[in-house]
Design a binder for this molecule. Structure first.
Ligand code: RAM
Length: 925
């Protein structure tokens, strides 16, 4: 074995050369990549205690930060003896709203002097409701049609009663003219809507985001966007334009596709804050001076799609000089500012464009293949249109053999269809207020065959920074990883959703399964922090964490009036997102604030579980004479109520229609999985309390966790280590969450192996257990079985999907069966893609062993059957890169460790401490 230290040498390191850190004491030390709240130079953070991060190229022993407003320093940390480079909290005088700041940082190398100062900027949003004075304004409109369906309606296939045109309504244009005495030197537009909106200033888009304000639990909070519009304003007359559609507020959403879930009327609010060269300032807010008119859309709905008529565009409506005399004055509908929250994080943008890879002309229209399942829409270039020509775009994730179109989308409102009505001449069009889950588009209504260059798929997503990558010698694994990345992208759209083509809902169970994988691929903290704020706002007064967030008043009603699965409000595994999501983020990013902010919600969820455990018995035990010790044990276990259990467990779905099959795994597994997640959450909470210095809580939570485990083992684990249900998932979670007494673990694990073998080395795990399946096998002495499952290519398995040409992760393994049958399941559901985390942690072997990768272990599975693996993750200190490959006579492992991470390599029976920089180790085989 050789350890070649910092010197990048030939071969393996060539691949790394672009990101190699060169360290030498002669070189001046520096700070780079300055961030505030994870973002580079954000213009409007939503907190008055921002945190600062930077990257160093030298081991730091002290830092110094100065924050200034203009030329005036408002906070200086002074030299602080600390290696901390990430999330250093501002501790100066209160920051003002709507203000730009500069900040600079320097860092002292422990072996030398100070770096140069590095500087950056940040701005604050409107931090306080009192910063608002504008009125909410409502354009003239018909009320949105309220169409509400239950899950039963959905199962029975009940749908809308009226034709589309009568059910949907047009977005409105709002026009706000105002005059400015001079050109401002700084201007910020703060805007939001109860609906989805697009803002323009003097005809120019306020910025490049789409579908603002995004999805929020609008009953409790509404995100406010901030736009730097300084350059768009002029002296004299200016016009602010807002196009306002139903969006998440009044449009169709969720499994049932019910409409108007938050309200039946859209409204918007904005304030333009301008500053002049002489220091004067002005605030121009929405109010009675605004006029509205229906726009060029017949309708626009997130689910259904939109219909746009080019002829109906009031040309110049959002620029000065347009006559809005026929337009209707808006109605002011109050000045309620309490729910307005500065949006922090990455907005939804058009993140990529995909060309058509194939266009096939058929009698039914031109069918376009973009080669990739995405969330987004199509942009179409048109030549020589005739006035009134209708071009119809239908979207689907898969082509059914019989040519039917929406086969994999179950539910109501599954049109996914956009219609463009032309005005004549050449044109170009992309919908504004909708997005679809699709790979294929069918275009009808063209006068000539579709030219492949005239159509692109526009991918929309919350524009997160991609921080990780994985590739390996087997292209199928690469594809699997890419499929996960695509499913993450397609479902990280304002909130973490389950699927873009059917529900667009922030299911808690899905993201708790996926958060680890998500954190490898992208910088997810601002995005998930915002979602957690929604989740906390949606927590019920009794402590229940809902199964999805945002949760609308309609959702609450629907659950209250349903039975069975439709009545579930909180559920084992799903509600535990309040523990698992912040904790996983803490492990990966070391962000303690996430723990502080979510602690109370976590404890309230735990208390709810405890109360329920104490007051309810599983049905089979009610009215039975229970010995006092059993009664006492049962009183500790959260094992009653309706849950989703190990949702969509393959063997429970086989050969049955979906709506019948989905109830089976919940019925079989909930009683056991619920107390397992209860114990898991308690253990997380105990460690969490410890981090926060709440020692008494930590001890009590650890005791509660142990008590639940002991009660569980006594009630449900027999003397052979067996559990009441012979399903892989139950065994997986029992092992993963330490529910089995140590002495029996090996037997339980052996039984799990038996269950896997019985299924021919194919997995039979549902949403809750799949993320743990391979880890449990690795950790309990069965890496060979883990590998067999990973390399399996028969259904159900990850590579089955890959072999079938999947470009995203499917909701169920049999969404398309070997004979080509398409089930009504989503083809873009990240939850089963949680395995991606295993690719990083086991195959590349990168693991954070203390919060935020302060320490890390690199322990690749060199016996995985691969020839090479190349991966990196983003750490708070920079990328951590691993490249290993088999050589003729052994294996060569190159690791690039950013300064600030203490890493060790564990391979071939050796443990090697790794210095910062690039090291290559070789081991004989
Ligand atoms: C489905 C969703 C989601 C899952 C729930 C229980 O409808 O798509 O993935 O969490 O049900």
């Amino acid at each position: 074995m050789t350890n070649r230290g910092d010197v990048p040498t030939g071969g393996a390191t060539d691949l790394l050369s672009s990101s190699v850190l060169h360290i030498s004491s002669a070189q001046a030390v520096s700070c780079t990549d300055l961030r505030v709240e994870y973002l580079r130079a954000p213009i409007a953070i939503g907190t008055d205690t921002p945190r600062f991060s930077w990257i160093v190229d030298h081991p730091q022993d002290a830092y110094e930060i100065v924050v200034a407003r203009g030329a005036e320093p408002i906070w200086s940390s002074g030299p602080v003896e600390s290696p901390q480079t990430s999330l250093v909290e501002y501790a100066g005088a209160a920051l003002a709203s709507d203000t730009d700041y500069t900040w600079r940082v320097r860092s002292r190398a422990d072996a030398g002097g100070w770096s140069d100062w590095a500087s950056s900027t940040f701005g604050t949003g409107l931090l306080d409701a009192a910063d608002w004075s504008a009125a909410w304004v409502e354009p003239d409109q018909q009320d949105a049609v309220v169409e509400r369906w239950s899950i039963l309606d959905w199962i029975r296939g009940l749908g809308p009663q009226e034709p589309l045109e009568e059910r949907l309504r047009p977005p409105q244009l709002l026009r706000h003219p105002f005059a400015l005495g001079e050109r401002p030197v700084r201007a910020r537009l703060y805007a939001t809507a109860r609906g989805a909106y697009a803002a323009t200033v003097n005809g120019l888009p306020a910025d490049d985001q789409v579908l603002a304000p995004g999805s929020d639990t609008y009953e409790h909070r509404i995100s406010v966007q901030t736009y730097d519009v300084t350059d768009a304003l002029v002296e004299g007359e200016n016009v602010l334009g807002v196009a306002l559609a139903d969006g998440w507020w009044a449009g169709r959403l969720g499994l049932t596709g019910s409409s108007a879930q938050y309200g039946t009327r859209t409204s918007a609010i904005w304030q333009l804050h301008v500053e002049y060269a002489d220091g004067g300032s002005e605030v121009i807010g929405s109010g009675s001076g605004v006029r509205s008119s229906p726009g060029p859309w017949a309708y626009a709905d997130l689910f259904v799609g939109e219909q746009f008529d080019r002829r109906a565009v009031p040309v110049g409506w959002d620029r000065p000089g347009f006559s809005d005399e026929g337009w209707t004055p808006v109605v002011e509908v109050g000045r309620d500012h309490a729910l307005l929250k500065a949006f922090t994080g990455e907005p939804i943008r058009r993140v990529l464009e995909l060309p058509a890879i194939e266009v096939v002309e058929t009698p039914e229209g031109a069918i376009v293949d973009f080669g990739q399942v995405i969330a987004g829409r199509v942009r179409l270039r048109l030549h020589d249109t005739s006035p009134g020509q209708r071009i119809v775009l239908e979207h689907t994730e898969t082509l059914a053999p019989g040519g039917s179109w929406f086969d994999n989308i179950q539910g109501i409102n599954k049109e996914q269809t956009d219609i463009f009505v032309a005005a004549g001449d050449d044109d170009e069009w992309e919908p504004e207020f909708t997005f679809h889950g699709f790979r294929y588009a069918r275009v009808t209504g063209l006068h000539a065959p579709l030219n492949r260059d005239d159509i692109v798929a526009v991918v929309i997503a919350s524009d997160l920074e991609q921080t990780g990558a994985f590739s390996a010698s087997d292209p199928r694994l690469d594809r699997l990883h890419q499929n996960v990345v695509w499913s993450q992208r397609g479902n990280f759209v304002s909130i973490p959703t389950d699927c873009p083509q059917r529900e667009k809902v922030g299911w808690t169970g899905d993201i708790q399964a996926f958060v680890g994988a998500a954190a490898n691929n992208a910088q997810v903290v601002p995005f998930l922090t915002r979602w957690l704020e929604n989740l906390r706002a949606d927590q019920l007064p009794d402590g229940r964490i809902p199964i999805f967030s945002p949760r609308s008043p309609f959702d609450a009603d629907a659950a209250a009036n349903a039975q069975g699965i439709g009545s579930i409000v909180a559920a084992a595994g799903w509600s535990d997102a309040i523990a698992i999501v912040p904790w996983t983020l803490y492990e990966r990013y070391g962000d303690r604030r996430l723990l502080e902010h979510n602690y109370d919600a976590l404890i309230r969820w735990i208390q709810y579980q405890r109360r329920t455990a104490a007051s309810e018995l599983p049905e089979a035990l009610i009215d039975t004479a229970l010995a006092p010790d059993r009664r006492a044990r049962q009183a500790l276990l959260y094992n009653t109520g309706a849950h989703f259990g190990d949702w969509l467990t393959p063997s429970t779905m086989e050969g049955k229609p979906v709506h019948e099959a989905i109830g089976i795994a919940p019925a079989l597994t909930s009683e056991y999985l619920a107390p397992m997640f209860q114990a898991r959450t308690l253990s997380i909470a105990a460690r969490w309390a410890d981090v926060l210095g709440r020692t008494a809580d930590a001890a009590a939570l650890a005791t509660a966790a142990a008590d639940v485990r002991a009660a569980f083992a006594a009630e449900y684990v027999d003397a052979d280590g067996d559990l009441p249900v012979r399903l892989q998932g139950v065994y997986v979670l029992a092992l993963a969450f330490d529910m089995v007494p140590t002495a029996l673990r090996a037997r339980t694990a052996a039984r799990l192996v038996e269950l896997v073998r019985e299924r021919g080395n194919r997995l039979d795990t549902g949403f809750l257990s799949t993320p743990y399946l391979l880890d449990v096998l690795y950790d309990n002495g069965h890496p060979d079985v883990a590998r067999a499952l990973l390399w399996q290519s028969e259904m159900p398995s990850w590579l089955y999907e890959v072999d079938r040409g999947a470009t995203t992760i499917w909701e169920t393994w049999d969404a398309i069966s070997p004979d080509g049958t398409i089930r009504p399941m989503s083809l873009n559901h990240y939850a089963p893609g949680a395995v991606d985390d295993v690719l990083f942690r086991r195959l590349a072997g990168i693991r954070s062993t203390s919060p935020g990768y302060r320490t890390a272990v690199i322990e690749p599975d060199l016996d995985s059957g691969l020839e090479h693996v190349h991966a990196h993750v983003g750490t708070p200190y920079g990328p951590l890169v691993v490249f290993w490959k088999r050589t003729g006579d052994g294996v060569e492992i190159t690791v690039e460790v950013p300064v600030g991470v203490r890493a060790e390599l564990v391979a071939a029976g050796h443990t090697v401490p790794l210095p910062s920089g690039t090291s290559t180790c070789t081991f004989p085989s």
